[in-house]
Design a protein around this ligand. Structure first.
Ligand SMILES: Cc1cc2nc3c(=O)[nH]c(=O)nc-3n(C[C@H](O)[C@H](O)[C@H](O)COP(=O)(O)OP(=O)(O)OC[C@H]3O[C@@H](n4cnc5c(N)ncnc54)[C@H](O)[C@@H]3O)c2cc1C
Length: 457
């Protein structure tokens, strides 16, 4: 048998369900397609995510070369490139890990009509039909979902598969032009742009190990953006430099409350993947459809100020400037800026969701959509619409000394511990005055939501 293992969002060569099955049953070629459908839509041709992927592929190539093999790389439409590759290399069967995004599902269905494609569960721990309610329906609320997830896991004897990949069974290549020598940036029309985090399994596992040493502090530390209290693994799991099982294994090794809370976050990830897989319409609109009727009262000028970190609300501006510069944003800040956009600036959450999609290094459709729908209250298990984060008190609570704010808003470097959260604009004239009144817009928000939701009753 001649097999092709097609890497997509699983850029690693260990604990890999598709690769494991491929090398088990035949001589395997490992391939990656720079997908023109996705890349051509990216406006920023120096997108750091492309560099992250590139670095991950270079690491894979180096490992494959040590085994006498090489990564096969193409640029184009996967529905054309995969069948062409199969033809060129005489491939009998294509192996890939399942991807639950609507585009990926359509793509794979199309390719499956042209070649023999087998897909595997890999990127989540449990897929949608594996965690069901007592009446065999899908969950819509996280906590009972999580309890069932854990019950199932405990009942299974806490077994976490490790998909061994026997790299002896790889196709040998001699003198093949590879990704280490070919300038693929040029071919795909992008420029290298390094992120703070370097792509690849080596870095991912190092970060996991480092985090593991202080995982017990996570429950408390995870809420404060000025300290390194979270794992920063989201981009690595997004591109599959490590497996979800690597993460769960590490989390379960420690018995602390911190470790349990961390595993819960990974279960949130499964939950949102399940929601996207089973309710693909959420990509375009509210999970609770009545929320699509809300007439957002906000305007483009305020949206632009939010994007650029010029709202006059220090915690929001610091968070947005950090995102724009690094492609990263702490979870607490994501919740604050998302709530602020739709509930204080009264701008449609979908605009914020798209902005995050363009800028987040770890952008993942399921988690991002879930996070925005939670914040805007339109999601399945969202905060109620009348719960509106107060950016001033959130700032006091989670960045009490203003350390994070000062890092990103130099105009406020000299602000004292009280005024850093709500600066007096007479004293800090370099800093923007608040573009809206929090108190007034809170009231407008409640009216905006209740008007739409009452109408629906
Ligand atoms: C509005 C909004 C948008 C978001 N967009 C994304 C996104 O595009 N991509 C993304 O990976 N996460 C997203 N999140 C979830 C969360 O903010 C990030 O996963 C987290 O900040 C990543 O940092 P970390 O790796 O240090 O996480 P840790 O706190 O160390 O958590 C460990 C892992 O659990 C997963 N995780 C943690 N929190 C969540 C969550 N709420 N939902 C789903 N998975 C979670 C991530 O894979 C993360 O790496 C979003 C949250 C909100 C509120």
């Amino acid at each position: 048998m001649k097999n092709l293992c097609w890497l997509r969002r699983d850029l690693r060569l260990h604990d890999h369900a598709a690769l494991s099955a491929a090398v088990e049953t035949g001589e395997t070629t490992v391939a990656f397609i720079f997908d023109s459908h996705i890349l051509d839509k990216l406006k920023n041709k120096s997108d750091k995510r492309v560099t992250f992927i590139y670095q991950s592929l270079q690491e894979i190539e180096t490992l494959l070369q040590k085994k006498g093999s090489s990564l096969v790389v193409r640029y184009g439409k996967p529905e054309e490139e995969i069948p062409k590759l199969c033809e060129e290399l005489g491939i009998d069967k294509v192996f890939a890990n399942r991807d639950y995004e609507p585009y990926a599902k359509k793509r794979d269905a199309l390719i499956a009509k042209k070649v023999h494609l087998e897909t595997f569960k890999d990127s989540v721990f449990y897929e949608k039909h594996e965690v069901l309610t007592g009446s065999a329906t899908l969950y819509k609320v996280f906590t009972p979902y999580k309890n069932k997830w854990l019950e199932k896991f405990n009942d299974s004897g806490k077994i976490i598969s490790n998909f061994e990949c026997n790299l002896k069974n790889l196709r040998k290549f001699e003198n093949k032009k590879n990704i280490l020598v070919t300038d693929w940036y040029k071919i795909i029309g992008f420029k290298e742009n390094l992120a703070l985090l370097t792509g690849g399994t080596k870095q991912a596992l190092k970060r996991l190990n480092d985090f593991h040493d202080h995982i017990s502090e996570y429950k408390v530390a995870r809420d404060f953006p000025a300290i390194a209290g979270t794992s920063l693994l989201s981009v690595y799991i997004r591109f599959g430099n490590l497996s979800v099982r690597d993460m769960i294994r590490a989390g379960l090794e420690k018995k602390s409350e911190g470790a349990q809370t961390w595993v819960s976050e990974i279960i949130w990830r499964d939950f949102y993947q399940m929601i996207l897989d089973s309710h693909p319409y959420v990509e375009k609109g509210a999970f609770k459809k009545e929320y699509d009727q809300i007439k957002y009262l906000g305007n483009e000028v305020d949206f632009k100020a939010w994007c650029e970190g010029r709202t006059g609300f220090p915690i929001v501006d610091a968070a947005m400037r950090c995102l724009n510069e690094t492609g990263m944003m702490h979870n607490r800040l994501r919740m604050i800026v998302a709530s602020f956009l739709c509930k204080i600036l009264l701008v449609d959450w979908k605009k914020g969701e798209h902005y995050f999609a363009e800028h987040l290094l770890d952008f993942d459709l399921a988690a991002n959509n879930g996070g925005w729908q939670w914040s805007s209250s339109s999601g399945c298990d969202a905060q109620p619409y009348f719960r509106i984060f107060n950016p001033y008190t959130q700032s006091e609570k989670f960045d009490s000394k203003g350390e994070f704010i000062k890092q990103w808003v130099p105009e406020l470097k000299k602000a004292g511990p009280k005024e850093i959260h709500r600066p007096d604009t007479l004293l800090f004239q370099d800093y923007t005055a608040p573009i809206v009144s929090y108190e007034k817009n809170r009231v407008r928000c409640l009216a905006m939501y209740s008007a739409a939701l009452q109408r629906d009753k």
